[in-house]
Design a protein around this ligand. Structure first.
Ligand SMILES: [Zn+2]
Length: 220
């Protein structure tokens, strides 16, 4: 049995961890209420202690985080005050882990999604320059779709609703409007930097140190 466990560990498989339920816990209390069905998550940092990605934020489920610890792919930076255990081992659930080997950012063109578009445009209307929350932004075809304008990175910009309405299905010239900057596909690194300027709002308090540090230094 022990030899088998050792072999599994050598093969990079973590033992089956379970968490230790709190006394008197019911499904509606404790673990589930505190963490949701997924259990306590771990913020995943790169080897330089910056998040691997900001948007979406790089996060591991607790089981993946523990597996990565056992595979020695990450080091534990901080832990939650929650115990998890296997038959032979007890540890605290990691809350922040860092990769041991640096993971270079992807060189692929980021996916053409509404969210990535807003990130590229810094959540600003590209006509009037005002910054908005996602719910108050829309996307606009610079060369109108009705005139054959395609839905691609270099023809779509973020626009506030009044500007979008004012432009309608006219060209820039017809609408007498101009763009803050010509749209194009962002690189993965540009989107990473944009994500860093706009960390997600809904965060665990102890993760903020890893997300806001550089932002605040640059803005100071
Ligand atoms: Zn606008």
């Amino acid at each position: 049995m022990l030899a088998q466990a050792a072999r599994r560990q050598e093969a990079g498989l973590a033992p089956a961890f379970r968490r230790r339920p709190e006394a008197g816990e019911t499904p509606a209390s404790g673990w589930a209420r505190k963490w949701g069905a997924g259990g306590p998550p771990a913020l995943l940092l790169n080897a330089d202690f910056q998040p691997v990605s900001y948007r979406p934020l790089s996060v591991l489920g607790w089981q993946d985080a523990v597996r990565a610890v056992f595979q020695d792919r990450v080091q534990v930076v901080e832990s939650w005050d929650v115990e998890i255990r296997s038959p032979s081992f007890t540890m605290k659930a990691p809350s922040v882990v860092a990769l041991r080997a640096y993971q270079a950012p992807s060189r692929r063109t980021p996916a053409f999604t509404r969210h990535n578009l807003y990130l590229r445009d810094d959540f600003r209307c590209q006509y009037c320059g005002a910054r908005h929350e996602t719910k108050d932004l829309s996307f606009d075809h610079v060369h109108p779709a009705s005139l054959g304008g395609r839905t691609v990175w270099d023809n779509i910009v973020a626009a506030c609703l009044p500007c979008n309405f004012a432009k309608g299905s006219k060209t820039l010239k017809q609408a007498r409007m101009s763009l803050r900057r010509p749209p194009r596909a962002p690189t993965a690194i540009e989107l990473f930097e944009a994500g860093r300027r706009h960390p997600p709002g809904d965060l665990f308090e102890n993760w903020r140190d890893y997300l806001y540090w550089t932002v605040e230094l640059e803005e100071a």
